[in-house]
Design a protein. Structure first.
Length: 237
């Protein structure tokens, strides 16, 4: 079930109906990462300029600026899940509506979340993800352990938050959370697929849109599986 959902989500992510949203999400993701990189480099540059080392060794100071800028690519990698969360919250309903309309045309459509609520989901997830991934960043000099911590934490976070965002289009928030708990292994496995995508350079920029499409499929399939025989019969009629 999960592999079928992942294949369908990947197909949807690259399909013409989602292409416009894909370009927008890529542009927003890159812009947010660039903004973070600029802010961090300015902050560290200000620190170096105020340090006596810079005045005494201008050539070494320039080299230090270069190292700082390049070195910040590592923390940006750990911040990508938080950026992904913000982008997902912004494009959630537009992307989910297309996936539902094209792959589940016979089902009732979901209800769009109010923009404020969708962004609140994204901000909550981004804040939590930022804290967790900054903690994983502290392990950057511990090979293997840092990647395991990054992968495990994000498999759980991405699975939980993306699933609840997709499910909230069809059911109240507490019910969406309960459904996630009842299917925790499936949701965690879906989150692991998304966390694995985060580890692939360039392709990790597809995470927000792929995550939305994937969790729409996972929620729909779990909801259909949970229907009792009478309910399914009623739906057919």
């Amino acid at each position: 079930m999960l592999l079928q959902a992942a294949a369908a989500a990947l197909r949807q992510t690259l399909s013409p109906p989602l292409r416009a949203i894909l370009f927008k999400s890529l542009a927003l993701t890159v812009a947010l990462l660039a903004l973070l990189w600029f802010a961090l480099t300015r902050l560290l540059s200000s620190y170096l300029q105020g340090h006596p080392f810079g005045a005494e060794h201008p050539i070494l100071e320039g080299f230090a600026y270069f190292l700082v800028g390049a070195g910040l690519l590592v923390p940006l990698f750990f911040m990508l899940p938080a950026v992904s969360a913000l982008v997902a919250g912004f494009f959630l309903d537009d992307a989910a509506e297309i996936v539902e309309r094209t792959d589940f045309s016979h089902d009732p459509p979901g209800q769009a979340l109010p923009l404020g609520r969708a962004l609140l989901y994204g901000l909550r997830f981004a804040g939590l993800s930022l804290v967790v991934n900054l903690a994983a960043l502290l392990l950057v000099f511990v090979p293997v352990v840092n990647l395991v911590a990054f992968f495990t934490a994000n498999a759980y976070l991405l699975g939980r938050e993306y699933f609840e965002m997709a499910a909230a289009r069809f059911r109240p928030t507490p019910e969406a959370a309960q459904m996630r708990v009842e299917n925790r292994l499936t949701v965690l496995a879906a989150g692991a697929l998304m966390a694995a995508l985060l580890l692939v350079p360039v392709l990790n920029l597809l995470t927000p849109l792929f995550g939305i499409a994937l969790m729409v499929h996972v929620h729909k399939r779990l909801a259909a599986r949970s229907l009792s025989a009478p309910e399914r019969l009623g739906r057919i009629r």
